[in-house]
Design a protein around this ligand. Structure first.
Ligand code: GDP
Length: 311
């Protein structure tokens, strides 16, 4: 299955909901105030947020108010505008390590328990390896033996070294050691999985801050990438999660998982609009090939059920 088909399949719940909603609302020949108001209210229910919904309807109004329009055309206009708005935020991680450079990049993956951090790292490893990254992994979720074992399995499959400690080992110390090792071996990327126990927020955040502090001692800031994994099925709650993490951690981007498990894929637009963070990847399933580099155009087209990109 091509990645576009995988994406389309993963978006089924969201696409079906949005497409049906628009078809139910856009029933008059000409675009009028009532239709726009109903559409805006409806879009808000898809978790994209009132500002994004308002902006989309404003765009539609500017293009077609009092003119003839069909539901399919509405979806086309909305997808066009979403793609344009998302474009500056659909970015790969900006690696800084240059050939021959001594400082590795350090990717610190954060997020609450169950968001999909470990799985996402596992999916990313072969992808990054293919891109020429020589990787060391730190199993920093040291309180969950299952998470360490899960990550070890992904690493073995991708033939990538993993550092792990015994129960409750100091994640920052593990990260420190691996970055030091990478500086001598010349490996150009250290990926750090982290714990996500939100109920022990203070400890967790102190632990994460410590991981970042030791990393800063060893490499230049431009090499540090703090990426938060967000579970799309949490809907608008992800906004509060980002706010909480940002109080302690300088997030550089996000990865949104489980878009296949929700009808509210529009929440990604809400996060981008509210937090202005780049989206690097999206997860649309549990399998290894269900993590995809973020594409504004493909995301927008799938959100509004426009099918595959032809150009
Ligand atoms: P962590 O606690 O943040 O490390 O979360 P895990 O990586 O253990 O993932 C929690 C669950 O979410 C696992 O069952 C994963 O298979 C599942 N998962 C992760 N990403 C996706 C995704 O994109 N789609 C679906 N359907 N499940 C996912």
């Amino acid at each position: 299955m091509s990645w576009l088909q995988k994406l389309k399949e993963g978006f089924t719940k969201t696409t079906t909901t949005i497409t049906r909603g628009i078809s139910d609302i856009v029933t008059k020949t000409k675009l009028d105030d009532d239709t726009l108001t109903a559409l805006e209210e409806y879009l808000i229910t898809t978790d994209m947020g009132p500002q994004v919904a308002g902006d989309l309807c404003g765009y539609l109004r500017s293009k077609r108010f009092a003119k003839e329009i069909t539901a399919d055309e509405v979806r086309g206009f909305l997808a066009e505008h979403v793609a344009e708005k998302l474009e500056p935020y659909a970015k790969p991680i900006a690696w800084s390590n240059e050939p021959g450079g001594t400082d590795p990049d350090v990717l610190i993956v954060v997020g609450i328990n169950g968001a999909g951090k470990t799985t996402t790292i596992g999916k990313l490893l072969p992808y990054l390896k293919k891109q020429g990254r020589t990787i060391r992994v730190v199993a920093g979720d040291t309180f969950r033996a299952a998470a360490v074992n899960q990550l070890r399995a992904w690493c073995e499959k991708a033939d990538i070294p993993i550092a792990s400690g015994v129960d409750g080992a100091d994640a920052a110390a593990l990260a420190y050691q691996e970055i030091v090792t990478a500086k001598t071996t010349g490996d150009n990327l250290v990926v750090v999985d982290t714990a996500g126990r939100l109920h022990t927020k203070k400890n967790l955040m102190e632990e994460l801050s410590k991981v970042i502090a030791v990393t800063r001692k060893l490499v230049d800031a431009k090499h540090i990438h703090c990426v938060m994994v967000l579970d799309a099925t949490s809907g608008q709650n992800v906004l509060q999660q980002v706010t909480t993490f940002q109080e302690y951690i300088p997030l550089t981007g996000i990865i949104m998982t489980k878009l296949d498990g929700t009808a509210k894929g529009g929440v990604l637009l809400n996060v981008v609009h509210t937090k202005q963070l780049c989206v690097h990847f999206i997860g649309v399933g549990e399998s290894a090939d269900a993590l995809q580099a973020m594409s504004a155009d493909a995301f927008a087209r799938n959100l509004f059920g426009l099918g595959e990109v032809t150009n």
